[in-house]
Write a new protein. Structure first.
Length: 195
């Protein structure tokens, strides 16, 4: 069973193409025109074990907001589609990821109910052209379209690059666990009978 999706999202602000294979080897590429965000998307694919290709053309002449937002929405849609009916999944995943002085905890529930809890320290506003205030919005956009519950807590950290990167790695590792197939799970892992 292939858990693959291909999503195209076109608005007046951006054009996004996402190809996602959940049961991949972590081969990830991203070309959005926002270099630091591309680096983060590649971290997500690599550490989740997803094969992931992201191609976005956005209105970068304004700023990176629409490009990052629309890519995150499409990425969430790709995950939701690739998961299908969610039969046999572990459903829950969590990770505690260190990156030098930074420590991030992430937990995910593939519940079908979008919700985000996100805490991080104040960090410098820009990493290259990447606006660090977008990080929370990435998780909001992703979880809304993926229809998952996500908690991300930065427990320690002061370097902006590390604080953002450790979040992507922690979310990736939590997703890796949550999407894993569990031979002990018959059908959908919910007493409701659907997720």
């Amino acid at each position: 069973m292939s858990r693959f999706s291909r999503i195209e999202r076109t608005t007046k602000e951006s054009k996004v193409l996402i190809e996602l294979e959940i049961d991949g080897t972590g081969v990830a590429s991203s070309d959005t025109g926002v270099p630091f965000f591309d680096h983060m998307v590649a971290q997500l694919g690599k550490h989740a074990g997803f094969d992931l290709r992201v191609q976005t053309e956005g209105d970068l002449e304004i700023d990176a907001h629409h490009t990052v937002e629309d890519t995150s929405i499409a990425l969430g849609s790709a995950l939701r589609e690739a998961l299908g009916d969610k039969s046999g999944l572990r459903r829950f995943g969590d990770a505690l990821v260190p990156l030098d002085e930074t420590l991030v905890q992430a937990a995910v529930d593939l519940s079908g109910r979008p919700y985000v809890v996100h805490t991080e320290p104040e960090v410098v506003e820009l990493i290259g052209t990447y606006d660090t205030t977008l990080t929370r919005h990435i998780w909001e956009s992703f979880t809304s379209s993926a229809q998952v519950c996500l908690h991300v807590r930065v427990l320690a950290g002061r370097n902006a690059h590390h604080v953002v990167e450790a979040q992507f790695k922690a979310v990736a590792r939590a997703l890796r666990d949550a999407v894993a197939l569990d031979p002990r799970v018959a059908g959908v892992p919910s007493t409701k009978g659907s997720l």
